[in-house]
Ligand binder design. Structure first.
Ligand code: ATP
Length: 374
């Protein structure tokens, strides 16, 4: 687990909301989500399929296309303090200055520059993101040529070889085509392309799901060491919470388009506060620690076109009580001792007496009882 503290704010997402205007009704995929990403920090977004993880991350990067529409919110990007010096050197390619900017207000040209220079994305399938008819060296050099026009061809080639080495691919593979590489190597090549311009932020959407477990671990280790070495912040999306516990500094758990828990990965692992977080953690085998009985979360998430009043998890929660059916829980500290572990659950709200002390043991018993009733 990552322990280094990263405190300088890089990205502030405030009340971001995204809807899909579908023919069958409006899907409220992301609902008033707020979070902060610090420089060099790894933030994991976890949750079941369809809870809005990708929509949130791509909304932050303004990479969504219709029928998706950002219906509200701000994404404030704080460029590095050294940007003024960088600007003097690279004024032609950098479009954002050294002042904080709202990504939602960038012009198309500014946005294009931001996406390559400051933020890069690695998609689930490297095979789909790599160009099949170009060697990987040519693909890296192409990015450099477009965005660093001052760089000569020798320097581009040197930089491409360096980037491949950085991700553990021998530089003599510069001339290889994607189909000549294994799945793991292709994913490494996609990471090298993302790193080409030394971005401040990388978004990775399930980048290891298509790989076998051994290769998956190697890639995760690579990502973790690269982020440390280059001080790159990462938003890592996965449905596998146990994987994030290993990789991330902070974890945000999403459910039905909202964040229902947000804290350090250590705190989520040792003390998941939301019954959903506990259920999610218990749905995956533990890579370390004692063996334990596995149980999934019964039921399915709500239809995002018709989200129920109150807590969105109410119909699946083993500890549901009256308040959950009428009042929307807000993210707030679970306990005064842990002000940074935020949870949206009435069990922790002193105003609403649940009569239950939420502990891991209680969660486990209630989930087992729920499974027994089914
Ligand atoms: N083009 C679309 N039109 C309508 N609804 C959509 C569209 N794309 C996604 N959605 C809906 O938006 C919600 C959020 O989807 P999203 O892909 O962000 O979730 P996710 O948590 O990333 O899931 P996964 O892990 O499966 O990628 C889902 O309910 C999904 O059905």
């Amino acid at each position: 687990m990552a322990t280094q503290t990263k405190t300088e704010t890089l990205l502030e997402v405030k009340n971001l909301s995204v809807d899909y205007f579908a023919a069958s009704g409006t899907v409220h995929a992301v609902r008033e989500v707020s979070f902060t990403l610090n420089r060099g920090e790894i933030l994991g977004l976890a949750g079941e399929s369809g809870c809005g993880k990708s929509t949130l991350a791509f909304g932050v990067a303004r990479l969504l296309r219709p029928p998706a529409y950002i219906t509200g919110g701000e994404v404030i990007y704080h460029p590095p303090a050294s940007r003024e010096e960088q600007d003097a050197i690279q004024r032609s390619s950098r479009k954002t200055g050294s002042e904080p900017v709202d990504i939602m207000r960038l012009s198309p040209a500014e946005l294009r520059a931001f996406r390559w220079n400051d933020l890069a994305v690695v998609f689930q399938s490297a095979m789909n993101s790599l160009n099949p008819v170009m060697s990987i060296g040519a693909q890296i050099m192409d990015v450099l040529k477009t965005h660093r026009p001052d760089m000569g061809s020798d320097r581009r080639k040197k930089r491409a070889a360096e980037l491949l080495e950085l991700v553990g691919i021998a530089p003599d593979r510069l001339k290889s085509y994607p189909h000549e590489l294994s799945g793991g190597m292709r994913q490494r090549a996609a990471i090298a392309i993302a790193l080409a311009l030394n971005p401040e932020i990388i978004i990775m959407d399930e980048p290891t799901t298509a790989l076998d477990v051994v290769v998956q671990r190697e890639i995760l280790q690579l990502i973790s060491s690269l982020c440390k070495e280059l001080s790159t912040a990462l938003i890592f999306i996965t449905h596998d919470l146990s994987l994030l516990i290993e990789l991330a500094d902070k974890i945000a758990i999403m459910y039905a388009g909202t964040m229902i828990e947000k804290s350090s990965s250590v705190d989520i692992y040792t003390n998941p506060r939301h019954p959903y977080s506990f259920g999610l953690l218990n749905s995956f085998p533990n890579l370390r620690g004692p063996r334990r009985k596995m149980a999934g979360i019964p039921g399915t998430p709500p239809d995002l076109r018709h989200i129920p009043t109150g807590c969105p998890f109410q119909d699946r929660c083993p500890l549901v009580y009256d308040q959950c059916r009428s009042v929307v829980p807000e993210l707030q500290p679970a306990t005064p001792e842990k002000p940074n572990q935020l949870v949206a659950c009435h069990l922790y709200d002193k105003r609403y007496q649940s009569g239950v002390t939420p502990t891991k043991e209680v969660f486990a018993q209630r989930y087992e009882a729920l499974a027994g009733r089914e």
